[in-house]
Write a protein that binds this ligand. Structure first.
Ligand code: I22
Length: 221
């Protein structure tokens, strides 16, 4: 399973990229708003992320609500950098836009996916990436991991005539990462804080502390 970073924060992206574990970045309007960025600065910010990511796929989300608007955004975003992926929410307008953009060779990441039918429709329309949400399902007392697993099973059953990868989104915990990997999810897009949590384990900390303590004895001997 590959890791994408789910953030628009350039410092977080620079740091995670330096660890050598990141295969892409996903952003959304809420994540961009958190950076304090402006509407006018949006494309420059995406350009800066693409530069840090050096060819890795970077999803930039369109907030248009018509097919024409999404296609227009998609074409404009695609000119930012060759590694831009246009992110569209699953709805009929976006299916049509995905179909048109895919025919032009522009990659689409279809987001806000919660069901198998939505995922199948996204793949049929030509989406390169499909993003089912895990945490938000858990928020409403449903099983987000099970939903992601259903989407993976259904999508991996078929050949859509183009490459399709599933991005587990709304990933919040190391356990979400574990479950996504065990079910064969292609990618998990993980917020920086959750990625840092995934590196940690109390037994690792305790083991390291005892090794360092013992090393002092070696130095003194
Ligand atoms: O859809 C994708 C990735 O393609 C994500 O960027 C997605 O928007 C985010 O994972 C979610 O919005 C984060 O959800 P939450 O944990 O804030 O509920």
């Amino acid at each position: 399973m590959k890791f994408f970073l789910d953030t628009a924060n350039l410092d977080e992206i620079r740091e995670a990229v330096s660890w050598g574990v990141i295969s892409g970045v996903t952003t959304n309007p809420s994540l961009y708003a958190k950076t304090g960025g402006t509407l006018a600065g949006y494309e420059d910010h995406m350009r800066a992320i693409c530069a840090v990511c050096d060819g890795l796929p970077v999803s930039a989300e369109s907030c248009a609500d018509t097919t024409e608007g999404m296609i227009e955004d998609g074409r404009r975003f695609a000119r930012i950098a060759p590694n831009i992926v246009v992110k569209l929410p699953v709805c009929t307008e976006a299916l049509a836009a995905t179909h048109a953009l895919a025919q032009e060779g522009i990659s689409v990441n279809m987001t806000l996916v919660f069901t198998v039918p939505q995922a199948l429709l996204a793949a049929r329309a030509g989406a390169r990436y499909i993003s089912p949400f895990v945490g938000r399902f858990d928020d409403i007392a449903e099983d987000g991991v099970e939903q992601l697993s259903n989407v993976c099973a259904a999508i991996h059953n078929y050949d859509f005539g183009h490459e399709v990868e599933i991005i587990g989104a709304s990933i919040r915990t190391p356990n979400h990462i574990t479950q996504a990997a065990l079910m064969g999810c292609d990618i998990a897009t993980v917020p920086f804080a959750a990625l840092k949590k995934a590196v940690k384990h109390p037994l690792t900390d305790r083991g390291l502390a005892s090794f360092l303590e013992d090393w002092k004895k070696v130095e003194q001997a």
